[in-house]
Design a protein around this ligand. Structure first.
Ligand code: CP
Ligand code: NVA
Length: 291
C-alpha cells in the first residue's frame, strides 16, 4: 500500500521530523531518475506548481502538469480511473482540487503516493514549508507559538494539523462563523489575544479560490482582522510574519507588514521547493521499506 500525503497528520511526529530533515539535505539522491510525476490542477497555482515541478526535476524525475480540461475529473472519466492510469505511468500523483473527497478517491485507487497540492479542506505542502521556515528562524519549533489570524480555511486547518504532530503551538483568531471545524477552544475572535507574545504571525486571504462570489461580504465580516503594524506590535519583538501568498495588500495584511522587516514570506515561498523535495524523498524512502 502506497503512503499518501493528504494532510500533515498523515505523518507521525517522527515521520514529519524525517521529512524536515530530508528537506534540508544538501545533496539529495536522484530517487526519481527516469520517472514521471503527474501534477493535476483544478485551480490556478504559481508557487505550488512551479516548486513541485522543480522538486521533481531536482530528484532526477520528469513532472507532467495537467490542466483540468485535459482530463476532466468525473466529467471525462472518474477520479478512480485517472488514478489507475497515472499510477501506471509515474512514481507519484499530485493533485490540487476543490473537493477533498476527490483526493480520497484518487488515493484509494492509486498504487503510487498521492500528494495533496491544496484542496478546499487542507494545504499540507504549504504547512511543511511553514514549519521549515519557523524552524530555520528559531533553530527549533519547541516552545514556539504561531498565531494565525483570519479565515479558518485550508491553510489554517493544515497548520493546526501540523501543530498536532510537531512541537509548534498554533493559536487561531477568526471572525465568528469562520472558525476551522473541530478546533474548539484553540480559537478566539480577538486577533490581539491570539497574537499576544507570539513568535510568528500568519495570515491568508479572506476569500479562497472558489469563494470569489463571497469576497465583498467577507471583506465586511473580516473588518479588524488585517495584520497591520499595530497588531504585529502585540507579538514578541523578534516575531516573524508569514503568509502563504498570494497576498492582498490592504486587506488581510498591510503592505508595511508583508513588505516590512519582520516578513519572511520570500524565504517561506522558497521553502515550498525544499519541503516538497523532502516529502518526495520521504515517500520514496517509505515506498522502499521506510525508516
Ligand atoms: N501558496 C500557494 O499555494 O500558492 P499557489 O496557489 O500560487 O500555488
Ligand atoms: N486559502 C487560499 C490559499 C491559496 C494558496 C486558497 O485556497 O485560495
Amino acid at each position: 500500500m502506497a503512503r499518501h500525503f493528504l494532510e500533515v497528520d498523515d505523518l507521525s511526529p517522527v515521520e514529519l521530523q524525517r521529512v524536515m530533515e530530508l528537506a534540508e539535505l544538501k545533496d539529495p539522491p536522484p530517487v526519481l531518475r527516469g520517472k514521471g510525476v503527474a501534477l493535476l490542477f483544478e485551480k490556478p497555482s504559481n508557487r505550488t506548481r512551479v516548486s513541485m515541478e522543480m522538486a521533481v526535476v531536482q530528484l532526477g524525475g520528469h513532472p507532467i502538469t495537467i490542466r483540468p480540461d485535459e482530463v476532466g475529473i468525473d466529467t471525462r472519466e472518474p477520479a478512480e480511473d485517472i488514478a489507475r492510469i497515472f499510477s501506471s505511468y509515474g512514481a507519484a500523483i499530485g493533485a490540487r482540487v476543490f473537493d477533498h473527497g476527490v483526493l480520497l478517491r484518487l488515493a484509494a485507487a492509486a498504487s503510487v503516493p498521492v500528494v495533496n497540492l491544496l484542496s478546499d479542506d487542507a494545504h499540507p505542502c504549504q504547512a511543511l514549508a511553514d514549519l521549515l521556515t519557523v524552524k530555520q528562524r528559531f533553530g527549533s519549533l519547541a516552545g514556539r507559538i504561531l498565531a494565525y489570524v483570519g479565515d479558518g480555511n485550508n491553510v489554517c486547518r493544515s497548520l493546526l494539523a501540523a501543530a498536532a504532530v510537531s512541537d509548534l503551538t498554533v493559536r487561531v483568531a477568526t471572525p465568528p462563523g469562520y472558525e476551522p471545524p473541530g478546533a474548539g477552544l484553540a480559537v478566539t475572535h480577538d486577533p490581539a489575544e491570539a497574537v499576544d507574545g507570539a513568535d510568528a504571525v500568519y495570515t491568508d486571504v479572506w476569500a479562497s479560490m472558489g469563494q470569489e462570489a463571497e469576497a465583498a461580504r467577507r471583506r465586511q465580516d473580516f473588518a479588524g482582522f488585517m495584520v497591520d503594524d499595530a497588531l504585529m506590535a502585540r507579538a514578541a519583538p523578534h516575531a516573524v510574519f508569514l503568509h502563504c501568498l498570494p497576498a492582498h495588500r490592504g486587506e488581510e495584511v498591510a503592505a508595511s507588514v508583508v513588505d516590512g522587516p519582520q516578513s519572511v514570506v520570500w524565504q517561506q515561498a522558497a521553502n515550498r521547493l525544499h519541503a516538497q523535495r523532502g516529502l518526495l524523498l520521504w515517500l520514496a524512502e517509505a515506498g522502499a521499506g521506510g525508516r
